[in-house]
Ligand binder design. Structure first.
Ligand code: C2E
Ligand code: MG
Ligand code: MG
Ligand code: MG
Length: 280
């Protein structure tokens, strides 16, 4: 092997691992320029009230149109952004633009913004939220930050303090992808989350008749109710799934069945129709 010309060895030796590392390196290289080249965009996905099916919020979801890589999914580039700390400027950009966009919607409609652990533990995180609110003029009560259980793995106390300060501003905090992380439930006593978002995997499992998934969704809803938190069912794709999570007592529903992530123009148009319907 050692006396091979190199090429054969190279390709015989874990080619997929090499390709992944190389792809990541190229993504990182492009991502460093994404902000200044204005390649990021926000999409907004409606969250509806389970009973009235009216839009109560939009979740801001970042999109990256890279000239080199095409449309890159956040599932792919957010981890790269997190590893390289590019998530900090990207997160600030998301927060500012999401707040600004929300001022165009009716006052009762909130905006949900995803925040990564690395962002949360920045010393100026709270200040950046204050700035996004004051620059946009958005009422703090209309901002709900989404964090995952992963924030409780490291720097737990720093994260808790930052979230408490943001809550003191009047913002809300939702626990995203609930049940997919590795944390204990102890932290639920330490922070008054407004909302628990039940991960799509449980919704899907329940709809497919998994008694375990059904039991888990029921237990999460019961726990949330006794802790005075709301529940949002994520990833609801069909009428059957909507009915199921509504019957199980979820307060809100998000998923392709009610709306895909859309441009801000389409999000605003949705309200024009709503309002026309209301006025008619
Ligand atoms: P998430 O916060 O749990 O967002 C929900 C994801 O589920 C979105 O994927 C959304 O498009 C997708 N989704 C919604 N309804 C359905 C459905 O009915 N069926 C299916 N199959 N999928 C559905 P997306 O936009 O690709 O984002 C993936 C993840 O990337 C997000 O998961 C979030 O963790 C992260 N992310 C997105 N935008 C941001 C951001 O601005 N900042 C940070 N830190 N993370 C972000
Ligand atoms: Mg989210
Ligand atoms: Mg989620
Ligand atoms: Mg999810």
């Amino acid at each position: 092997r050692a006396k091979d010309d190199g090429r054969g060895v190279h390709f015989a030796y874990q080619p997929s691992l090499h390709a992944d590392a190389e792809e990541r390196r190229q993504l990182e290289f492009s991502l460093r320029k994404a902000l200044e080249r204005d390649e990021l965009m926000l999409n907004f996905q409606p969250v509806v009230d389970a009973k009235t099916e009216k839009v109560v919020s939009f979740e801001a979801l970042v999109r990256w149109h890279s000239p080199e890589h095409g449309l890159v999914s956040p599932a792919k580039f957010i981890p790269v952004a997190e590893d390289t700390r590019l998530i900090v400027p990207i997160g600030t950009w998301v927060m500012q633009n999401a707040c600004r966009e929300a001022t165009l919607w009716p006052d009762h409609v909130k905006v949900n913004v995803n925040v990564s652990p690395e962002q949360l533990v920045q010393p100026d995180f709270v200040e950046s939220v204050v700035e996004a609110l004051s620059h946009s003029g958005l009422d703090p009560h209309r901002l709900e930050i989404e964090v995952t259980e992963s924030i409780f793995l490291n720097d737990t106390e720093v994260a808790r303090v930052a979230l408490s300060k943001v809550m003191a501003l009047g913002c809300q905090v939702a626990l995203d992808d609930f049940g997919t992380g590795y944390s204990s439930l102890g932290y639920l006593r330490k922070l008054q989350f407004s909302t628990i978002k039940v991960d799509r995997s449980f919704v899907q499992g329940a709809a497919q008749g998994s008694s375990e998934s059904l039991a888990i969704v029921r237990a999460v809803v019961a726990m949330a109710q006794s802790l005075e938190m709301k529940t949002t069912a994520e990833g609801v794709e069909t009428e059957e799934e909507a009915k199921l999570v509504r019957d199980m007592g979820c307060d809100r529903i998000q998923g392709f069945h009610f709306g895909r992530p859309m441009t801000s123009v389409d999000a605003c148009a949705l309200f024009d129709r709503d309002y026309q319907a209301l006025r008619a």
